[in-house]
Design a protein around this ligand. Sequence first.
Ligand code: PMV
Length: 336
Amino acid sequence: MRVTVSVPGKVTLLGEHAVVYGKPALVSAINRRVYITVEGRDDSNIKIFSNDIKLQGLSLKLNGEMSSFEFETWEKKSQILEPLRYILKALEVAAQHYGKKIGANIMVRSEMPIGAGLGTSAAISVGTVAAYSALLGHEMNLNEVARMGHATEVAVQGIASPMDTAITTFGGTLYIKPEGTKPFIERIDVPCDFTSVLGYTQREETTSQILRRVKAAKDQNPKVVELIMDAIGLLVEEARSCIKKGDPKSFGDLMNINHGLLDSLGVSTRALNEMVYASRSAGALGSKLTGAGGGGCMIALCPDRAKEVSLAIKLAGGVPFEVSLSSPGLRVEPPS
Ligand code: PMV
């Protein structure tokens, strides 16, 4: 049996990091996807193939075409290859949930840079859980898949909000507020033009490392950092009204404030800031880093100015790409 699923990447419109500490966030699925194929094997091995898993600029290409990593046992995990940790943990979580495991070949293909703030860890976790569950003979229940995807991220990273795994599973644009074990989720219709351009730059740190840095900053200055998190939460509430009213201009202003607060937490970089400011000079209504930061991606909200903003990002040293928001969530792909 062979199953292929695809899962979208995401942009956090507002609220990353604070969402880890219980504040709300606004997040949207983008039209770039990760494809995960799982195929049963006759033995109990797990074999993972990918032509685009990259780690800090290192492109792992064996035989010129495909990377192939073979793990003889479930316990033998890679410590260095971040995406593989998510795949292996997702398999383990699903196997434990169903009390069953079988050998499989796993093929991963991504239409966006991995580990760049676009939720690829969540997409890989959710996609692997979903495809492997199907291989084990279980129907996909989206709530269960999102929960197992989140458990995977928590196990690998130590800390993770349910934001990325929810948006990659359900798609669309979501207002999400973590509440106990089950987050509050509201689907948001985007009534006007929210054309956005992303700018990509190399990321030097993994999401786990950046999350640990923010936690250390919070432990060191709890009162100040809590105020910053509260302010981000308030921005999200305001932005939720702006998006519902169809007011991208005010939404953009809130994105700019959000970027300043993220910078104050130490998660922006010079390269990100340059792209953020260049976009605003080129006419973006708002711009901010998106995702964990430490490099990776920024987002510029720029209806009517996509070309100018793309050029500005390029001149600032980044790789621009236009995305559309509110894309569909997890889906099963037809057999190839
Ligand atoms: O950089 P990404 O795509 O892994 O996004 C991380 C988003 C955070 O809010 C920083 C962490 C989380 O778990 O929500």
